[in-house]
Ligand binder design. Structure first.
Ligand SMILES: [Zn+2]
Length: 137
């Protein structure tokens, strides 16, 4: 089978791409496709208040949260950058664009407890940029 980027023959039986460069390009293209699919998701005209949605989805023992979405070229981006938000008292989420986000919940020791999809955010937070989100929870 040929390399998905250049169609050159792939020598190694366990490899998909012909080279590291094309493997990176392939992963970036796949990431970009996931991002494009995410931004194409239709949003409802109205959404449940973010506080109600985020607190409603939080598991027992959750102390903090962040919202995540696909990155431009793969992986995920986590917001806000560099910190977690409190659930009680509730701190308002910050997101780079309208979309359907994944809530990541942390316990008091800062460990991820669970992640819940489907948090609809209809407005972006001024000054929050997708490319500046953290790449890990
Ligand atoms: Zn190639």
């Amino acid at each position: 089978m040929g390399c998905p980027i250049c169609d050159r023959e792939v020598i190694r039986a366990d490899a998909v791409y012909c080279s590291v460069r094309h493997r990176v390009a392939g992963h970036r293209a796949r990431g970009r496709a996931l991002y494009n699919a995410w931004i194409a998701l239709p949003l409802p005209a109205e959404a449940v208040d973010a506080e109600i949605a985020i607190i409603g989805a939080s598991p027992d023992g959750a102390a903090w949260y962040r919202l995540a979405c696909p990155g431009l070229w793969g992986g995920s981006r986590y917001f806000p950058k560099g910190r977690r938000l409190g659930l009680s008292p509730f701190e308002t989420p910050e997101v780079p664009r309208p979309g359907i986000y994944r809530a990541v919940y942390f316990d008091v020791w800062d460990d991820v407890i669970t992640e819940v999809d489907g948090i609809v955010m209809l407005t972006a937070t001024p000054g929050v940029y997708l490319s500046r989100g953290d790449t890990s929870p």
